[in-house]
Design a protein around this ligand. Structure first.
Ligand code: GLN
Length: 238
């Protein structure tokens, strides 16, 4: 692969929580391995490119979330990217809109049906640190992040939970996020990939078609120390 093209979707709608940091983390970690990166920011009034190698979408408030879902449904390219096996990382509002339906502004909206899940409203807003044990098949260990959402997400049979929750709420207090194929959805802001470098490398490995173990190591002392510290603090606070 000559250049890794990473699309950051809809910065004009879904960038409320600093999730664009995920793009910066991926670009940094790819370049550190000698991989050229072309970051592409695609606004909601632009067509989503078909030819990218990875797609990222962030969180946001209810209004922009509903607009984003509508435009992505009309565009169709994100669905085709998922069908083609392209890695997609979706955070919070972006995660919810990948399901069959989500709840915003007091009513249900149609989602993209990329992940077999649906979201409704919970009894209270989930705000604070979240931690969990990621699905063993992903080989990324424990994950931590920050969550801030009113929705609750119910997984269907065609997806697996990204993690079992050990602190915080995530989907429903038991599981956090979901994945199927190369599509990952999560409630972890933070940005999520700054706090979970192994998740970043998993996505990079999927995008370039190698096993994560084949990526040359990066000195992750500081992010790993932060992750371990947060995990420890959250576990002892239980
Ligand atoms: N508006 C959605 C909710 O509250 C998503 C929020 C977010 O992206 N942080 O559930």
């Amino acid at each position: 692969m000559s250049t890794l093209r990473i699309v950051w979707l809809y910065p004009d709608l879904l960038s409320t929580y600093g999730d664009r940091g995920n793009l910066l983390v991926l670009a940094h970690r790819a370049r550190a391995r000698g991989i050229d990166v072309e970051p592409m920011q695609v606004r909601s009034d632009q067509r989503v490119p078909h030819s990218a190698d990875m797609y990222l979408i962030g969180g946001g408030e209810d209004g922009p979330q509903a607009v984003a879902a509508d435009r992505l449904l009309q565009d169709g390219a994100l669905n085709r990217a998922a069908e083609a096996g392209k890695p997609i990382l979706a955070i919070c509002a972006g995660y919810q809109l990948l399901g069959s339906s989500f709840y915003a502004n007091g009513r249900a909206y149609e989602g993209l049906n990329i992940l077999d899940l649906r979201s409704d409203r919970g009894p209270s807003r989930a705000v604070g640190e979240i931690a969990g044990d990621a699905a063993p098949q992903l080989g990324i260990g424990q994950i931590t992040g920050f969550e801030n959402h009113g929705g609750r997400t119910h997984l269907g049979e065609a997806v697996q939970p990204l993690a079992r929750v050990t602190a915080g709420i995530g989907n429903d207090g038991a599981t956090e996020g979901a994945w199927a194929g190369h599509v990952i959805g999560t409630y972890m802001h933070g940005p999520g990939l700054a706090r979970n470098p192994r998740l970043a490398d998993l996505l990079l490995a999927w995008a370039i078609g190698v096993d994560p173990s084949q990526l040359p190591p990066i000195d992750d002392t500081w992010p790993e120390r932060l992750r371990a510290e947060r995990f420890q603090a959250l576990s002892t606070a239980q």
